[in-house]
Ligand binder design. Sequence first.
Ligand code: D5M
Ligand code: FE
Ligand code: ZN
Length: 467
Amino acid sequence: MLANAEIVRRFLELKHQVHPDVVSYIREQDDPSLIDRIAAAVPDGTLVISAEHIPGLKKVRDGTRFLTNPELEIIVGSAGTTGSVTGHEDAVHYFRDRYNQLASMVRGRMTAMPIEALAKSPHRYRDEECSIIGMVAETRTTAKGHRLVELEDPTGSIRVLFNKGRDESFSEAEKILPDEVLGVRGKLSNDGGLLFADQLTRPDIPINHAPFRSDRPGKAIMISDVHVGSDTFLNEAWNRFADWLQDSDAAYLLIAGDLVDGIGIYPGQENELTIKNIYEQYDVFAEMLRDLPSRIQIVVIPGNHDVVRMAEPQPAIPAEFTEKFPANCTVAENPCLLNLQGVRVLMYHGRSYDDMIGLIPGASYERPGEIMDEMLKRRLLASPYGMRTPIAAMKTDRLVIDPLPEILLTGHVHICGITRYRGVLGVNAGTWQSQTSFQKQMNIHPTPARAFVVDLQTLQTEVMDFS
Ligand code: D5M
Ligand code: FE
Ligand code: ZN
């Protein structure tokens, strides 16, 4: 098997630069002859070889789209589809479902053996290349600075060592999160108790993924974190946005949670509320929506400040709070997957940013786009179970990203961000609240009063600033 650096060097000898996606593809295929075949087929004047230059690699679209795509359909997460939390007995089903869904994505790109086989006959496999797919049960850094990870599959568990001297997989190994699912290729120790990792494979987006685009005009506006009722809600900026919407040709408005500021969300919140009654907060929000053009289809999901349970998936906001919402507003769950003219949008409030930013070296609230990339690589909206993001252990894991959306829309961090990762557009839509005293303490500098406009025919975005 060729190392990443070796693949890059061979392309350089052929006077080509190469995209990291192509390097990992060649490693996965384990076929060094691909290098010459790719280089031979590259058109003159190509600066960097990317996935489109791999001969025979066809663009594939995830999932079926129909000629008569509906204007607006909730594929997953319409109101009432999430059950109540029943207790611990479902945790086993939950983790098994997460493992099955994610392992099958990894299995498409590598052949793995059950962990039990390694433990049962270590003599047979010792010093040989072995591959396994497991869920991360534990991670720690050893005294010497290596990364030691315990991986579990349905048959058993094994410790995997990522050596800090091997820089190519080590920077990825440092980002391993509890409860994500990984494929690892490596060599088994003499006693069979430890796997020395060479290569790490995540579920990821296939490099030949081709996003769908609408065949007819249509624009979606994306915002988040309105926080109605807070004394830092930016009423004037909102009014400018509402005025601008009167003349806009957008067909959809998506709002990714924290619709209101809520009650009792953090200590001392009552001193920062202009509306201290939760029903009134939703009534004012309803009034704001009724002031918008009724031709715009609105979809709203809850966030951690809304009135539903915190554990994800969060149910849709109940009818007793949404009675005054206009008829053009659909109330959905968090997360939910929408179909807008065939373009899929995965809406997720984004509570898991708080966990991921703490666990991923170099991650920052200032750059939510990078975290969206990490969600997409893991195909998980929220990875660690039992940290800051409460997760309801249901029979299926709704936090797995499958099918792939064209657009991932999040909020929560109150800082705008945008990313494009392997064809998927990621938007973090910011907020309509200026800096709160809590955010001041946390040194978080929000970018409020922005709206993202996404063209469903091109997936191009434009940011409007109403601050
Ligand atoms: O989140 C608003 C901002 O505050 C967002 O940037 C995340 C940050 N935040 C919220 N809760 C926490 C905790 N518990 N730790 C660290 N940072 C946090 P909002 O959901 O609107 O309150
Ligand atoms: Fe918020
Ligand atoms: Zn939030």
